[in-house]
Design a protein around this ligand. Structure first.
Ligand code: PMP
Length: 329
C-alpha cells in the first residue's frame, strides 16, 4: 500500500514475494524513516487461524509513525493487510502448537531526495515467515548482559517507537553481550544508568516472594517513554491478575535486582515478547560482575504465565479477553 502527500493511502496490492527496487537517493536509506511491527498467526483447534491482538500492533504502528513524522495507517487497513496475507499464506501456518506464521508489517519512506525532512511518499508492506516453537527442546533460561556503556533510548528520543534506528543503535551492545557469553542485552535508563528498562527485543518481569501477601508479587518496569510498550507485557499484566497474583508496574534498579537475588526475595525473572512469548532469565553479567537468580532454572510462576498465555494464543484455553482475531477457514 502506498501513501502520497495530498492523496493519502492508495494502490493496495497482494503480490508474490520479491525484492523491492529502491532509488539510491531513497530517503529511508539516508535518514532512517523506517518502522515495523511483529505479530503471529496461530492455528486454532478447529483448524481456523487467528492472530493475537493485531489491533494493538496497529495502534502501536500508528504511535511509531507519529514519532517518526510518518503518516498513520488506519487500524482497519493494517488489519485488512495482515488478514489478506494470512489468508494467502494459510498453508504456511503450522498445523498446531506453539509454531506460528510470523507477520512483519513495516513502512518506509520512498521519496527520492537528499534534503533532511519528512518524505512525501511512503510504502507499507507486510511479509510473512513460518516460525517454529522458540524452545523446541524445552524452555531454557537466557543469560543477559547489563549494558552500562551504551544506552538504547534517552528521554525525548524514539525509545517507545518500534523504529529501525533503535535496533541499529543496539547492535554494538548485543555484540558485547555475546563476547561476554550472554544471549541478550538488558538496557538501563539513559539518565542515571540505574533503572532497568527492557531487553533487546523483550520486556522484563520480576517475581518476588512476598510473605506479607502470602504469595508472589510480580513487577514489570513502568512505561517511562524510553521503552517499548510490549503487547505481551500488557497481556501478562492482565493474565497475572487473572491468576490471582499481585502484579504492578514500578521501578527496579540494578541494585534491587542484585540484592534481591542475593537475599532470595527475588525468585524469578523472565522476559516477554512476541517471538519467544516468555523466556526465563538466568545469569546476569555486567562489566562489574554478575549474579544468578534462584538456581537459574525456569521458575514456577514464569512457566505458569507462559502456559496461560500460550493456551489463549493456540486456542487451548478460552479467549476470555477477546484477544484472538479469527480469520475462519
Ligand atoms: N521491547 C523491544 C525493544 C522489542 O523489540 C519487542 C518486540 N516487539 C518487545 C519489547 C516486546 O514487544 P511485544 O510483546 O509487543 O512483542
Amino acid at each position: 500500500i502506498k501513501w502520497t502527500a495530498g492523496r493519502g493511502w492508495h494502490d493496495a496490492e497482494l503480490v508474490p514475494y520479491a525484492p523491492l527496487s529502491l532509488d539510491p537517493a531513497n530517503m529511508t536509506l539516508h535518514y532512517g524513516q523506517a518502522i515495523f511491527e511483529g505479530l503471529k498467526a496461530y492455528r486454532q483447534p478447529d483448524g481456523s487461524v487467528a492472530t493475537f491482538r493485531p489491533e494493538e500492533n496497529a495502534r502501536r504502528f500508528q504511535d511509531s509513525a507519529r514519532r517518526l513524522a510518518m503518516p498513520e495507517l488506519p487500524v482497519e487497513t493494517f488489519l485488512a493487510a495482515c488478514d489478506a496475507l494470512v489468508r494467502q499464506d494459510e498453508a504456511w501456518v503450522p498445523e498446531s502448537g506453539e509454531a506460528s506464521l510470523y507477520l512483519r508489517p513495516f513502512m518506509i519512506a520512498t521519496e527520492v531526495g537528499l534534503g533532511v525532512r519528512p518524505s512525501s511518499e511512503y510504502l507499507f508492506v507486510v511479509i510473512a515467515s513460518p516460525a517454529g516453537a522458540y524452545f523446541p527442546g524445552g524452555v531454557k533460561p537466557v543469560s543477559v548482559w547489563l549494558s552500562e556503556e551504551y544506552v538504547r533510548a534517552a528521554p525525548g528520543g524514539t525509545g517507545a517507537a518500534k523504529c529501525a534506528g533503535n535496533y541499529a543503535g543496539s547492535l554494538v551492545a548485543q555484540a558485547q553481550a555475546m563476547e561476554h557469553g550472554c544471549d541478550q542485552v538488558v538496557w538501563l535508563d539513559a539518565v542515571e544508568r540505574r533503572w532497568i528498562e527492557e531487553m533487546g527485543g523483550m520486556n522484563l518481569y520480576f517475581v518476588y516472594k512476598d510473605h506479607s501477601v502470602n504469595g508472589n508479587r510480580i513487577v514489570t518496569p513502568e512505561l517511562t517513554g524510553t521503552l517499548l510498550p510490549g503487547i505481551t507485557r500488557a497481556s501478562l499484566l492482565r493474565i497475572a491478575a487473572d491468576l490471582g497474583y499481585e502484579v504492578s508496574e514500578g521501578r527496579i534498579s540494578v541494585e534491587d535486582w542484585k540484592n534481591a537475588a542475593a537475599d532470595g526475595s527475588l525468585t524469578e525473572v523472565f522476559a516477554c515478547g512476541t517471538a519467544a512469548v516468555i523466556t526465563p532469565v538466568g545469569a546476569v553479567k555486567s562489566a562489574r560482575g554478575g549474579w544468578t537468580v534462584a538456581d537459574g532454572e525456569p521458575g514456577e510462576v514464569t512457566m505458569k504465565l507462559r502456559r496461560a498465555l500460550l493456551e489463549i494464543q493456540t486456542g487451548a484455553a478460552e479467549d476470555v479477553h477477546g484477544w484472538m482475531h479469527r480469520l475462519g477457514r
